[in-house]
Design a protein around this ligand. Structure first.
Ligand code: ATP
Ligand code: MG
Length: 236
C-alpha cells in the first residue's frame, strides 16, 4: 500500500481506517438516495454500527442513482446537506461526497471497487441496506463484484418480507455474505416524507429537525406551507 493512501482518503473526505497492521477494521457504508434522509435510515445504520461492531458508518448519497433515472430527485448538494445535518451529532456517522462528486450514473459496484482500491486489506466493508434493497441487489450491475468486496447487512423494513430477500439471494447463485438485522419497525420512507411536505404536513419525529428546516428553507418537494427565511426571500 503506497504511503500516501491516508492523504488520498482524507482528500476524499473518507475516514482513515487500517493503519495498524494485523488489526481488522470494519467500515459501514450506508448507500441511498436520501431524498430526504429520515429516522428509518438513521436507526438502521446505528444498529448495524452497534450490533456488528463497526468502527464508523459513512452515509453516501448516490450521485445519479442508476435505478431512479426516470424519477425527479433533489440535487446531490441538497441531499448531501440534509445527510450532513442528520448525521452531525453522531460521532461515528460521517456524510460523504464520494458519489455525488462523481460524473454520470452511480453504480454501487463501482463505488465499492474504488473503495477497495483505496483502503488496506485489513479494512472490511459492510454495505448496509433495507430488506427491499437487498432483494434488488442481485439484479444490480456486477452483483458478483459486490459479493466479492463487501459483506451485506439487510435491515428489516415494514412492508418488505425478509424471506423474499433471502429467496432472491439464494436464487442468484452468488455467494453473498449477508447479516440480517432486526431493527425497530419504522414504516417511513422518503416518498412518504416528500408527500407530507408537499401537503404542508408535519415531519416532526420522522427526521431530525435540522433536515426539516433545510428542506423548507430551500423549497424542496413543492412545499405548500409558507416558512420564513426561505432562499430568495427579500428582507426589506
Ligand atoms: P424512497 O421512498 O424515495 O425510495 P427510501 O425511504 O426507500 O426512499 P432510500 O434512500 O431509497 O430511502 O433508501 C436507502 C436505504 O435505506 C435502502 O437500503 C433502504 O432499504 C433503506 N431504508 C429506507 N427506509 C428504511 C426503513 N424505514 N427501515 C429500514 N431501512 C430503510
Ligand atoms: Mg427506496
Amino acid at each position: 500500500m503506497p504511503c500516501d493512501w491516508k492523504d488520498r482518503l482524507e482528500s476524499l473526505g473518507m475516514p482513515i481506517l487500517g493503519a495498524t497492521e494485523g488489526k481488522t477494521y470494519r467500515l459501514g457504508i450506508m448507500g441511498g438516495t436520501f431524498d430526504p434522509i429520515h429516522y428509518g435510515h438513521l436507526v438502521a445504520a446505528e444498529q448495524a454500527y452497534s450490533d456488528l461492531g463497526l468502527n464508523v458508518v459513512v452515509f453516501m448519497p448516490a450521485g445519479r442513482p442508476a435505478f431512479k433515472l426516470d424519477k425527479k430527485v433533489a440535487s446531490g448538494e441538497d441531499r448531501f446537506a440534509m445527510t450532513l445535518l442528520a448525521t452531525a451529532d453522531n460521532p461515528h456517522f460521517l456524510a460523504s461526497r464520494f458519489e455525488i462528486d462523481r460524473e454520470g450514473v452511480t453504480y454501487t459496484a463501482d463505488t465499492l471497487r474504488r473503495l477497495r482500491e483505496l483502503y488496506p486489506e485489513n479494512v472490511e466493508f459492510y454495505f448496509i441496506t433495507g430488506a427491499d434493497a437487498i432483494a434488488e441487489i442481485v439484479a444490480w450491475r456486477d452483483a458478483d463484484d459486490i459479493a466479492r468486496v463487501a459483506h451485506l447487512v439487510a435491515a428489516t423494513r415494514p412492508g418488505y418480507n425478509l424471506d423474499r430477500a433471502m429467496d432472491a439471494i439464494a436464487a442468484s447463485g452468488i455467494d453473498f455474505d449477508v447479516t440480517y438485522l432486526s431493527v425497530p419497525a419504522l414504516a417511513i420512507s422518503s416518498s412518504y416524507l416528500r408527500e407530507r411536505v408537499h401537503n404542508g404536513q408535519s415531519l416532526r419525529y420522522l427526521t431530525p429537525d435540522p433536515v426539516t428546516g433545510y428542506l423548507h428553507k430551500h423549497r424542496l418537494y413543492g412545499a405548500s406551507a409558507r416558512h420564513y427565511g426561505q432562499t430568495g426571500d427579500v428582507f426589506a
